[in-house]
Every structure is written in C-alpha cells, then in structure tokens.
Ligand binder design. Structure first.
Ligand SMILES: Cc1cc2nc3c(=O)[nH]c(=O)nc-3n(C[C@H](O)[C@H](O)[C@H](O)COP(=O)(O)OP(=O)(O)OC[C@H]3O[C@@H](n4cnc5c(N)ncnc54)[C@H](O)[C@@H]3O)c2cc1C
Length: 425
C-alpha cells in the first residue's frame, strides 16, 4: 500500500501515527513545500521575539520519520492531483503515485488587494518558521511596523515584533481585536495588555493605501483618513485552505475540503485533515473549517486510521483557542458569542484591572462555551464538561469560582471526564 500525505505539519503527524498503529508495512511518503521537519507553528512569534531558539521549534523525536519509516520529501510543492491516475504532480514535473492520499496542507495567508501593496518590498505574512526567520533577519532595518489584522496571527506577530523592540501598530476592521475567537470583554482585556506594553491598537478602521517611493514604505493611509508612518507591513487578515492545487480534480472543495467523519473526501481513496478540511462542527453538525492545532491532530489521526482500514469516529470539531499574550493566558471554547441570547444563559466575572475574566455559556443544563482570561487552570475540566455533555446543574453556581475544579464534581463525572483521557495518555 502506498500512502501519500501532502503537508508535513500536525495533521500529517497524526496521520502517520494513525497509519502505523494499523499498518507497519505500507510505504508512507510525506511531501512538504517547507524545508523543515514538523515544528510548532504557534511558536513562531517566540522565535521572532527571541524567547526561544531554532532548536526548540521541532517537537518530534529526532528519529520520528525514520522510526515510522516515512519517506520525507521536503522543499517539494504539489501543484496538481490526478485522481484518475492516482498520482500527485510536483512543481519540478515529477509525479508520485498513491493508493491512498491525504491532503493536510493547512491554510495559505490571504493578501487583499490594497493600493500600492504589491509594489512594496517589506510586506510579510506570518504563518511559517521562515516568515519569522525572514523578519528576524531584517530586524536591523525595521523600525515601525503596521500589522493589518487583529486576529490571533496578527497579535502574535505584533508580540514578536514588540519583543524585538519595534514600534507596532495593529489595525483591525472589526470593533475589537480577536473578534472571531473571543468576545468583547476578552478582546478589550487583551487590547489593554497590548497597549500597556506600548503596542497601538486601532479598531474599526482599515488600510486603504500603502505609501512610499518605489519599493519602500513610508506609511499607510487608513479609511478614516489617518496616516500611520511605518517602514514594514505584516498582513494577517486570515488564512484560506491551501487547496488550489485540487482545482482540476473532482474533490469537493467548499470553504475547505469537504470531509465526512472518517475524513474521507468526495473522491475515493482521497482524505483531508486539519486546517484545509471542512469537517463537522461539534454543536451544529454543519461543516466548518476549524483552524486549530488540537483538532488538526485529531483529524489527522482519524484520517490515517481510515486510510489504513481502521475506524475511529469524529465527534465534531470543538472550537478552542488557547493563546498567551504578554503572559496573560486566554482560552475560548465552544459557543462564546451566542447568536440568540434568549436560548442561552451567560454567567460572567470581570476584573479588567487584574486582567481577569471568566464567562460561562449554558444551554439548558449543559455547558456549551467558556472564555477564560488570566486564570485558565480549569480549562480542561470545562472542555470535558462540554464534550461529554455533562448536566452541570449540581455545581452550576461554582462554575465561575476561581477555584472551580475536581472538588466540585461527583466521582461519576470525574470518571466520565478523565478516564478516557487517561487511557489515551
Ligand atoms: C502564528 C500562529 C499561531 C498559532 N497559534 C495557535 C494556538 O495558540 N493554538 C492553536 O490551537 N492553533 C494555533 N495556530 C493554528 C495552528 O498552527 C494550526 O491549526 C495547525 O498548524 C494546522 O495544522 P495542519 O497540519 O492542518 O496545517 P499546517 O500547520 O498549516 O501545515 C500545512 C503544511 O502543508 C504545506 N503545504 C501546503 N500546500 C502544499 C503543497 N501544495 N505542497 C506541499 N506542501 C504544502 C505547508 O507549507 C505547511 O507546511 C497558530 C497558527 C499560527 C500561524
């Protein structure tokens, strides 16, 4: 059996392990356009800011690929998939045959058409080790940076650049930063922390023109008419599933590659997992891309298992973001901004002075969402209560308490939540 995996990040790692748990003999070929073995993508801001060295980036044992007998093709880009001939085509013209194919290509940063942008030299995206290395390499020539986009990636870029001593301004179109993953108070607390560290945060505005002679940048003009002087731009307004090379194939691509609960696509023997896939949402059951690390691993594992002939059910992607900004830990999970408040009960505790915020979202007697800022110690329990659909009525009043934990749960609930986790570990 020839397994081919496009992409070599966390979804691919899950798939390699999933395949090898069942099939120790088949050939596994992993094709990646990056030059590195798998690394901690969320760490790139710390690499940029000098908090960690390049040594810390790879997270697998040095002999992982050898041990799992993986034929690793780095620096190789897949440009097309021929599902009829069952082969993938590489940029250099070579073709690789597969019996089972996994697309685990993640997302590509989206660059909007902004006047003047395409002529400029110091314009960066921020999603790869090499993006961070490039910015770090140019650090001596960078003084003032505008980061377009106040989502997770933009904020992480801003933090890394700030750690390098650069003057950073974030420009966000929405009325708050982190609008997709967090709610208003959480966004405000993170913005307060950013500002306290000297990062400027501008909301409800956007860059309409990049100014400067030739390839140089002198600043940006905003929709409001304001001018922000800068010499470098980081564009971080979002990523799009990296599935362009499937255009000529019959694989169904909606916002991401559409997959079922086995991570199988619309084409036989072709699977997808991770940020590139559009899998079932835990609550709504509708298909959504879920661009988060833990889900990418779970989907990869399920895909690998399915490819090798096994079965592992997917219980749906639970939106979860765990991020630290300037030592303030934040976690959001599940439904955090309920569309119809009448259907939900929301409990909150807010202490912005001390960067503390907790929000619990209940639907009937079930916990369906949580936002934790500052103290995130009990996030694992909250996630367990959501996933296992535990009736929280007996300890509802304690959910917001700073010390909410095991002690508030019955033995039965503790077993339900943690026995399966123990087995996996
Ligand atoms: C700065 C930053 C911070 C983040 N922080 C967090 C966090 O705190 N928590 C969290 O849960 N998630 C975080 N994420 C998101 C997380 O990194 C992703 O969800 C995760 O990496 C997705 O894994 P993946 O395997 O699906 O794809 P990716 O990690 O995106 O990897 C896909 C790989 O496929 C390669 N590829 C793409 N197209 C081709 C092609 N045609 N041919 C060959 N190779 C190709 C890409 O180059 C890439 O190496 C962060 C992301 C970034 C950028």
């Amino acid at each position: 059996m020839n397994y081919v995996i496009i992409g070599n990040s966390v979804a691919a790692v899950g798939a390699i392990r999933g395949i090898r748990a069942i099939d120790q003999q088949g050939n596994i070929t992993v094709i990646s356009r990056e030059r590195h073995t798998a690394y901690g993508r969320p760490l790139i801001s710390y690499l940029l800011g000098g908090l960690i060295t390049e040594k810390r980036m790879p997270y697998l044992p040095a002999d992982f690929y050898e041990q799992h007998r993986v034929n690793l093709l780095l620096n190789s880009e897949v440009v097309a998939v021929d599902c009829g001939q069952k082969q993938v085509k590489l940029a250099g013209g070579d073709a690789v045959r597969y019996d089972r194919l996994l697309v685990a290509t993640g997302g590509d940063p989206f660059i909007p058409p902004i006047e003047g942008l395409s002529d400029k030299e110091k314009v960066f995206t921020f999603t790869t080790w090499d993006d961070a290395a490039k910015l770090k390499g140019l650090a001596a020539d960078i003084e003032k940076v505008v980061v377009i986009g106040g989502g997770l990636i933009g904020l992480k870029a801003a933090e890394g650049l700030h750690l390098l001593g650069k003057k950073v301004t974030i420009v966000e179109l929405a009325d708050r930063i982190l609008s997709a993953a967090f709610d208003r108070p959480a966004g405000r607390i993170v913005a307060k922390k950013m500002k306290a560290n000297g990062i400027e945060v501008i909301t409800e505005d956007t860059v309409i023109r990049v100014e400067g002679e030739g390839a140089g940048i002198s600043g940006v003009t905003l929709k409001s008419g304001d001018f922000i002087p800068c010499d470098t731009l980081v564009v971080a307004i979002g990523v799009r599933p990296a599935a362009g090379f499937l255009k000529a194939s019959a694989v169904e691509v909606n916002r991401g590659i559409v997959v079922n609960d086995s991570m199988a696509t619309s084409v036989k023997e072709v699977y997808a997992a991770g940020d590139v896939a559009e899998a079932r949402d835990f609550f709504s059951g509708t298909k959504n891309p879920m661009p988060i690390w833990p889900d990418a691993y779970i989907q990869g594992d399920i895909a690998g298992t399915s490819m090798a002939g096994g079965t592992k059910g997917y219980c749906g992607g639970l939106a979860m973001n765990a991020i630290e900004f300037f030592k303030v830990s934040t976690i959001s999970m599940g439904i955090t901004n309920p569309a119809d408040p009448a259907e939900y009960e929301v409990l909150t505790y807010l202490d912005p002075e001390n960067y503390q915020y907790r929000k619990i979202v209940l639907q009937g007697n079930l916990l369906v969402g949580a936002v934790l800022v500052g103290n995130v110690d009990r996030a694992g329990i909250c996630a367990g209560l959501i996933r296992e659909k535990v009736d929280v009525t007996p300890f509802k009043d304690q959910l917001l308490a700073p010390d909410f934990g095991f002690i508030h749960l019955t033995r039965e609930i503790r077993n339900a939540l943690f026995a399966p986790v123990g087995k996996v570990a």
